[in-house]
Design a protein around this ligand. Structure first.
Ligand code: PLP
Length: 411
C-alpha cells in the first residue's frame, strides 16, 4: 500500500454512491474568491439559485438550502413540521430509513417502522399497500407524517413515491408526506409537486455532483402551514427566518458561499443537459453495470427489476466471501473506492456508484477493477462483466453521440 508521502499516478476512482466525483468545471467555479455574503453580488447569486433549484425538485414552492450535510436536512424536515409525541409512519427500506427512524425517536416522536417480510428486508422498495392499510386503521389520525426514502443508498432500490402518495390519498388520511431523495435527486426522476410531497430532503454530494456540505428541504404549502403549529425545538433549522431572508436572496447566517458557486455551476450543467437526459444517462449506466454483475453470475441486492436504482448497484457476495475484503483488495491494487455494505448488509455486499462525473469508460475501468479484485479474492465468476458492459455501451450509444457506423463493406 502507498504511504501518505507517495503519490499514486492517475486519478483515483471514486465509485462510492456519494460523495460522487466532482466535475472539474465545478471545482474551478468553487475556487473563485469568497465574496461578502451580505453584498449585492451575493444577493443576485442567492436569488438565482433559489429560483433555479426549484426546477431540479420540480416544484413551484420554496426550497431551503442549508449549509449542512443531509442528516441536518432530515432533522429540519421533522423539526419544522411535527410536535413532541407525534406518531410518524416509516418504512424499513434499508440503513438510511433506519437512521431516519432513530433520529425521529431522539427528537421525541413516535416512529412506527413498517417492515417487509424477512426475505425482502433491505431488498425491496416501500410497499404502498402496507402504508394504506396502516393509515386506514388510524381512524383518529394520530399519524402525522409518512416518511420514506426514495433512493435507498444502502441497497440500490428506488421506491415509487407517486404510489405512496396514492396510498395516502386512497386511505383519505391527512398525514404529511416526507421524502428523502438525498441520493436520488438529479440522477433519478423526481417530482415534488406532481407527487404531492410535503417535504423533500436532499443533499449536494450525489446527483448534484458537488462536495458534501449543502442540503435541502423542498416545501409544500401544507408543510409551511404545519410549520406554524410545530413546537419541536429548533433555531438553526427553523424555516421562518430562512424564508424571510431568502426572499431577498440572503441567509440569516453565513451560507457556504463557495459551495453555492459550485451549485450554480451544477445547475447550469444539469439544466443545460436537460433533466430527462440526465435521468436517461444514469439509467443507461445502471443497465451497463447490471449487465456486468449478471455476466459475473453474482446477485444484485435489489430484488425487483422495476426498482433498480439508476444511481448505484448493490453486488451480493457468494457465501464465505467477505465483501469488505474484496473492496480492500480493489482499493489497494487499483486505487478504486467502492461503497461498503452498511448495517445488516456489512460484509455481504459492496456498492458500485454510477453517478457524478462518470462516463462509459470510467465505468468500464471500475468494472475492470471489480472483476480483477473479485478473482483475486477467489470468487468464481461465470464470465466477463467488463465484456458484457462494454458490448452494452457500444451497442447502445449515449443519446447525442454518433450512431454506430455499422459494416461499410470496405473490409
Ligand atoms: N439519506 C440517504 C439516502 C443517504 O444516502 C445519506 C448519505 O449517504 C443520508 C441520508 C445522510 O446524509 P449525510 O451523510 O449527508 O448526512
Amino acid at each position: 500500500m502507498l504511504t501518505l508521502d507517495q503519490h499514486p499516478s492517475g486519478r483515483h476512482y471514486l465509485q462510492i454512491p456519494g460523495p460522487s466525483p466532482v466535475p472539474d468545471r465545478i471545482l474551478r467555479a468553487m475556487s473563485l474568491p469568497t465574496i461578502d455574503h451580505r453584498g449585492p453580488e451575493f444577493g443576485e447569486l442567492g436569488r438565482k439559485l433559489l429560483t433555479e433549484i426549484r426546477k431540479v425538485f420540480k416544484t413551484e414552492h420554496p426550497v431551503i438550502i442549508y449549509p449542512a450535510s443531509g442528516t441536518g436536512a432530515w432533522e429540519a424536515a421533522l423539526a419544522n413540521t411535527l410536535n413532541a409525541g407525534d406518531a410518524v409512519l416509516m418504512f424499513e427500506t434499508g440503513h438510511f430509513a433506519t437512521l431516519w427512524k432513530q433520529m425521529a425517536l431522539r427528537l421525541g416522536l413516535e416512529p412506527e417502522f413498517l417492515t417487509p417480510p424477512e426475505t425482502q428486508r433491505w431488498r425491496c422498495g416501500v410497499q404502498p399497500q402496507l402504508i394504506e392499510q396502516r393509515l386506514l386503521e388510524d381512524r383518529e389520525h394520530r399519524i402525522k407524517a409518512v416518511c420514506v426514502v426514495h433512493n435507498e443508498t444502502s441497497t440500490g432500490v428506488t421506491s415509487d413515491i407517486a404510489a405512496v402518495r396514492r396510498a395516502i390519498d386512497a386511505a383519505g388520511h391527512p398525514a404529511l408526506l416526507l421524502v428523502d431523495t438525498i441520493s436520488g435527486l438529479a440522477s433519478a426522476d423526481y417530482r415534488h409537486d406532481e407527487w404531492g410531497v410535503d417535504v423533500t430532503v436532499s443533499g449536494s454530494q450525489k446527483g448534484l455532483m458537488l462536495p458534501p456540505g449543502i442540503s435541502f428541504n423542498a416545501l409544500s404549502p401544507k408543510a409551511i402551514e404545519a410549520s406554524k403549529r410545530s413546537q419541536l425545538p429548533k433555531s438553526f433549522w427553523a424555516w421562518d427566518e430562512i424564508l424571510a431572508a431568502n426572499a431577498n436572496g440572503y441567509w440569516p447566517y453565513t451560507p457556504n458561499t463557495n459551495l453555492l458557486y459550485g451549485l450554480n455551476e451544477s445547475l447550469e450543467m444539469l439544466l443545460g443537459e436537460g433533466l430527462d437526459n440526465v435521468f436517461a444517462r444514469h439509467e443507461r449506466w445502471g443497465e451497463g453495470v447490471r449487465r456486468a454483475v449478471n455476466a459475473w453470475g453474482l446477485e444484485i441486492q435489489c430484488q425487483d427489476p422495476a426498482l433498480y436504482s439508476p444511481v448505484l448497484t448493490g453486488v451480493v457476495m457468494p457465501e464465505g466471501i467477505d465483501a469488505d475484503e474484496v473492496r480492500r483488495t480493489i482499493f489497494e491494487r487499483f486505487d478504486l473506492s467502492l461503497g461498503t455494505g452498511l448495517g445488516r448488509a456489512k460484509g455481504r455486499m459492496f456498492r458500485i456508484g454510477h453517478l457524478g462525473d462518470c462516463n462509459d469508460l470510467t465505468l468500464i475501468a471500475t468494472l475492470g477493477g471489480c472483476e480483477a479484485g473479485l478473482k483475486l479474492c477467489g470468487v468464481e465468476l461465470f464470465g466477463s462483466g467488463v465484456q458484457a458492459a462494454l458490448e452494452f455501451f457500444a451497442e447502445n450509444p449515449a443519446p447525442g453521440t454518433p450512431a454506430n457506423p455499422g459494416n461499410t463493406g470496405r473490409g
